[in-house]
Design a protein around this ligand. Structure first.
Ligand code: NAP
Length: 181
């Protein structure tokens, strides 16, 4: 029987230093937050409104869990981790593998997942499972930190689908990874 159910869309939306880092090594985002007030509308609110679920790595979970305000209200959240057993966020579960998380999302009929965390985005890119990625590039070099991109067995080609200048010298680019034939 042909599967006619719509496929799950996977998107990423991150801010990155010009030299390719999404956080300092200790998770500090000072280089990004300092520009935050000036940045204004980056399109994040519309992006966030369009997803029905989130798949995040445990390191991202650790950082977000320390926030004063819970930022994922109303979204189904799946945390990838081999070390956590559970999380006490509303409508959130822990998954040991990407496959298990994707099976859960599909079983629940989710349509659009926001993939977040450097290693998680890298795995989706490597596996050809990311539909689009928006990167807001900060005009700063921080020298070291958590990389957005990592090593690859083969090149990943992407189509540039949009660019725009943001305040504070940021540039935003959106890409659609091209699927291998
Ligand atoms: N600038 C931005 O836009 C932005 C966006 C998101 C995050 N960040 C920052 O980036 C940092 C987090 O990124 P990161 O690359 O260090 O880590 P991450 O991807 O958030 O989390 C990595 C962890 O997730 C778990 N994991 C990943 N893949 C897995 C798999 N296939 N199966 C099971 N578990 C898996 C593992 O946890 P266990 O060790 O528990 O197994 C792994 O150590 C934080 O500092 C965060 O604030 C920045």
């Amino acid at each position: 029987m042909t599967d006619t159910s719509p496929r799950l869309t996977a998107s990423a939306f991150l801010a990155m230093s010009l030299d390719g880092y999404i956080a300092r090594t200790d998770g500090n985002l000072d280089w990004l937050l300092e520009a935050g007030a000036e940045l204004g509308d980056t399109g994040y609110d519309d992006f966030f409104a369009a997803v029905d679920s989130m798949l995040i790595g445990r390191n991202t979970y650790d950082i977000v869990a320390a926030f004063d305000e819970y930022p994922y209200a109303g979204k189904r959240v799946l945390v990838l981790s081999t070390t956590l057993d559970s999380v006490d966020w509303p409508d959130a579960t822990v998954h040991r593998t990407v496959d298990d998380a994707l099976t859960t999302l599909e079983r629940e009929g989710r349509r659009h997942v926001y993939v977040d965390g450097g290693t998680v985005v890298q795995q989706f890119l490597r596996a050809g499972m990311l539909d689009d990625i928006t990167v807001s590039i900060a005009p700063v070099l921080i020298g070291s930190g958590v990389p957005l991109f990592g090593s690859l067995d083969r090149d990943v080609l992407l189509e540039l689908t949009g660019t725009r200048d943001l305040p504070a010298g940021f540039t935003q680019a959106t890409y659609r990874p091209l699927r291998s034939p």
